[in-house]
Write a protein that binds this ligand. Sequence first.
Ligand code: KIV
Length: 281
Amino acid sequence: MLTFYKIVSTQFQPEDKRKVTTHRLTEMKSRGEKISMLTAYDYSMAKLIDSAGIDVILVGDSAANVMAGHVTTLPITLDQMIYHGSSVMRAVSRALVVVDMPFGSYQGNPEVALASAIRIMKETNADCIKLEGGTCVKESVAKIISAGIPVMGHLGLTPQSINQFGSYNVRAKEETEAHRLIEDAKLLQSLGCFSLVLEKIPATLAAQVASELTIPVIGIGAGGAVDGQVLVMHDMLGINDGFNPRFLRRYANVGEQITQAVSQYVSDVKGSDFPSEKEQY
Ligand code: KIV
């Protein structure tokens, strides 16, 4: 890792300031450099994350949860994803930006899928799209890729299917589902997907998929033997403190800092301590 990054105190900064492309992710896999990926949904956070050296920014449909307060990812619309995607794109200069296709914008009808993907690409200026599922969406995946749009797949726990799954538990623990997942992963690669997200599956299964595929496999709750890791930014920064799965590592307690800062501000205003003489004209 140290050959790709220089150490600045305890933080890593990429020496390679070039824009990250789908091809560069494949190169990273072949030389064993791990891929870092985080979600972002707005201009200001995307700017901070990009300047910290993240490789991939995912404009996830998890915006439905962390930005809009929905219980599932299902309600978010294509227009809303485009709004988030274009906000992020205005901030980013280095990271590869992936926009999630929302529920209902690609399942069932490849023509609709292509029209949705084209809207995302044209109206956000993003680099590529991500969608959930394997065999069941193969015609849509093929159609989108045939138009020259890079597609990232997503298997394992696919939150858009929560009503079918019935829970957010670990997926593919049983042999039949694990076998289907491996087949779906190979199918997505053969259709031309440039990368694959595996969510909440056993680490051994994820390791097997990553070693059998040539495209980069990025995990969330899928162990360390994959080609990269993705987390939801609000979870890892401690903004969303009600979500504590085993796979989540908290890197900050931003939620607590915000609450403390705001309560200090309220008390300063109430006590006529703010603004001071220096803070006025
Ligand atoms: O929407 C999202 O944030 C995602 C990640 C969990 C991979 O799809």
